[in-house]
Design a protein around this ligand. Structure first.
Ligand SMILES: *Cc1c(COP(=O)(O)O)cnc(C)c1O
Length: 475
């Protein structure tokens, strides 16, 4: 399997080449040349694999269709090292539980940082360590986080050979739980940097360093952001696992509702469906930052300015643009790279939007591709959290609540609707207390973490300062 860029770069690459890379050289995102097709016999076999041999073995089946430059035995070992009971806390890894008539919750948040990003990031950590050792190289991951991504990256990379993580975050802006999760890590290869500023300042510093190509090369700077194809690929697996738990036979269909920000999670659902997984609808749920809902309703994709981006109680969905969306639009446009480039490489930077309403592909977004969307507000979130608690005795986090709210608007008779649970409520306790008057449960391993010693470096929002710091640390 080779990979191509959404903007037409004509040099196909192998999996391990793009594993350590971010954007393609032409600014596009990598996608496989074509999606492997899963026939009925294979789907039945995989159903058996998941139920009798488990998630890690299913992950190996899916991944091996896309990865031909890691020997099968090694890839299998990496999958088994990643998806274990010890790391994810349940034998199913992604257990499905009924919420109410027709609606199910697929738990993706039982990993080390209690958010679904662990599902992909844990695999990425093991893939990075494997590939860097094979090449005899090192990597310094430089990142910016407002919470979930940074902690997932740190817990995936801690103690890994050949990898260091420098993670910037806005000083004092993360929840006490999130700060404790990150700053209590004492591994030598994890460095937390609290920046005097907001998330955008952190993001700008990271971008400025990455744009200094000499510095980037000299200090082997890399990233782990959500456009990484390996992360997306890892997420494809749990759509299959959810389907196998909700159905008995391959003639049945299911729908998924996905709390969405950068369109990474739901894009993995799109890939699963392109492979032949019988998905009826993919429902994109947004919060007040409704860039994606607007697109699926109107055909207009209009990125927001940073002043136009709301700070909400489902903060991991607070986006101004959806960085993975280009992948889906590329498929939607029949893989027309020139047109994709004219929208993402030109129109967005020139006028900040493009409009597909009149394009025949847009009506297909709903019909052929089966996408729906909806949005949720703080008031909806509170009402949904309170309702699922009072009626079902089930506490859900703020992002999952956005999903449940929108899912209820799109349930079809006879088609199980699976809502992806993207975080545990303890991460966003303040809003849970506002909704229910109760503190959410805290998994035993997180009891008392706020009192642990913390290690974090303070820094001004200054590009030179972080370069000097990284250089000093690597010397
Ligand atoms: C990252 C995140 C999301 C958004 O996922 P995307 O892949 O960016 O669409 C939703 N919920 C939680 C809890 C997250 O951490």
């Amino acid at each position: 399997m080779k990979y191509i860029s959404t903007r037409g770069d004509q040099s196909p690459k192998h999996f391990c080449d793009i594993l350590l890379e971010g954007l393609a050289p032409d600014g596009g995102l990598y996608l496989p040349e074509s999606y492997p097709q899963i026939d009925d016999a294979t789907l039945s076999r995989w159903r058996g694999v998941y139920h009798s041999q488990g998630y890690a073995e299913l992950a190996f089946e899916v991944l091996s269709l896309y990865i031909d430059d890691i020997p099968a035995a090694d890839l299998k070992a990496l999958c088994h090292k990643t998806y274990t009971f010890e790391v994810f806390g349940t034998p199913e890894i992604v257990p499905l539980r009924p919420l109410e008539d027709g609606i199910w919750l697929e738990a993706l948040s039982n990993g080390p940082t209690l958010a679904f990003k662990d599902m992909a990031m844990q695999l990425l950590g093991n893939l990075f360590e494997y590939e860097l050792a094979r090449r005899g190289e090192e990597l310094n991951i430089l990142g910016a986080t407002s919470g979930d991504t940074g902690s997932a990256a740190e817990y995936a990379m801690r103690g890994k050979k050949g990898v260091r993580v420098f993670m910037t975050s806005p000083a004092g802006r993360m929840s006490p739980f999130q700060q404790a999760q990150m700053f209590s890590l004492m591994d030598d290869n994890i460095v937390n940097i609290a920046v005097d500023g907001v998330f955008d300042d952190c993001q700008d510093m990271v971008k400025a360093v990455s744009n200094d190509l000499d510095f980037k090369r000299q200090y082997k700077i890399g990233t782990v952001n959500s456009i990484n194809w390996a992360r997306l690929l890892a997420q494809v697996v749990y759509y299959f696992a959810g389907y196998f738990q909700a159905t008995q036979k391959n003639t049945e269909k299911v729908s998924f509702t996905v709390p969405s920000g950068n369109f990474g999670n739901v894009c993995a659902g799109h890939v699963a469906r392109m492979m032949g997984l019988p998905i009826a609808r993919l429902v994109v749920a947004t919060n007040e930052n409704d860039v994606l809902d607007e697109f699926f309703r109107t055909g207009v994709y209009r990125v927001r300015s940073s002043t136009d981006t709301h700070e909400t109680s489902s903060p991991s969905m607070d986006i101004s643009k959806a960085s993975n969306f280009e992948r889906f639009v590329f498929d939607l446009l029949g893989r027309d790279a020139a047109l994709t480039k004219s929208y993402f490489g030109d129109a967005l930077s020139r006028v900040g939007f493009f409009d597909l309403e009149a394009h025949p592909a847009f009506s297909q977004a709903a019909r052929r591709y089966g996408f729906d969307s909806g949005k949720s507000t703080h008031a909806d979130r509170l009402a949904t959290i309170r309702d699922t608690w009072e009626r079902h005795g089930m506490m859900i986090d703020t992002h999952t609540a956005d999903g449940v709210k929108v899912a209820r608007e799109h349930v079809q008779a006879g088609v199980p609707m699976i809502v992806l649970e993207t975080a545990l409520p303890i991460k966003f306790a303040e809003t849970i207390v506002e909704a229910t008057g109760r503190e959410p449960d805290r998994p035993a391993k997180f009891i008392g973490i706020e009192a642990l010693p913390k290690r974090v470096v303070s820094m001004a929002a200054d590009v030179q300062a972080i370069k000097t710091f990284v250089a000093g640390h690597c010397a």
